[in-house]
Design a protein. Structure first.
Length: 207
């Protein structure tokens, strides 16, 4: 079953909104940026993963620039967080939860769109993972931080698992809203479990 464009759009916009709020709250909490900086970081975080996905797929111009709803949702999330997020910006919880939500939703949409464009299963998993981690990586680079995907708790692995579940569902003809939400929930849960218990991917310690 090929993923429907309506489902892709809804999940994409939800991921965009979650990452926009995450980027804006991160700016409020760590960088003390003005309204322009907060909204710019929100939009970069929200739209970066989707732009990377569409460029790699050759779907140009990226959906971000071909559909006003992406820009509106990203800007709206940034403004909302700027207006009401200063108390929340001091807390780690909302920032982490929104980051996990954006990661999960974009991993699913990246993998499903890759298959819709004719990529193979392995390539779709890779692209889904890149879509999920892209926005957060750009956010961290702009804030002059080491990207979370390189050093922190489980981040890329949950996105990869969600993308894999999505690919399997599409190839077995069971993909739809329940399967997409289940894949996203898997990524979301694993990410938060990793944060809660300080779990990391295997790494080499210092000699």
């Amino acid at each position: 079953m090929s993923p429907g464009p309506a489902l892709l759009l809804v999940l994409d916009l939800l991921g965009t909104f979650a990452f926009a709020l995450n980027g804006a709250l991160t700016a409020v909490r760590t960088a003390r940026l003005d309204i322009v900086g907060v909204v710019a970081l929100a939009m970069t975080t929200a739209l970066g993963g989707g732009v990377v996905r569409d460029v790699l797929l050759g779907d140009l111009p990226p959906a971000t620039f071909g559909d006003w709803r992406y820009l509106a949702v990203a800007a709206g999330g940034g403004l909302l967080a700027f207006a009401f997020g200063r108390p929340l910006g001091r807390l780690l919880g909302p920032v982490t939860v929104l980051d996990a939500a954006g990661l999960a939703l974009f991993a699913v949409t990246g993998a499903s769109k890759a298959l819709a464009f004719g990529l193979g299963p392995a390539q779709a998993v890779i692209l889904g993972t890149l879509t999920g981690v892209g926005g957060g990586t750009l956010r961290d680079v702009l804030l002059r931080q080491v990207p979370t995907v390189l050093v922190s708790e489980l981040y890329a692995i949950p996105a990869m698992l969600a993308a894999t579940v999505t690919v399997v569902a599409v190839l077995t003809g069971t993909y739809g809203l329940p399967a997409a939400l289940a894949a996203a929930a898997l990524c979301f849960t694993l990410r938060l479990v990793g944060v809660r218990f300080g779990l990391n991917a295997p790494r080499r310690g210092p000699r």
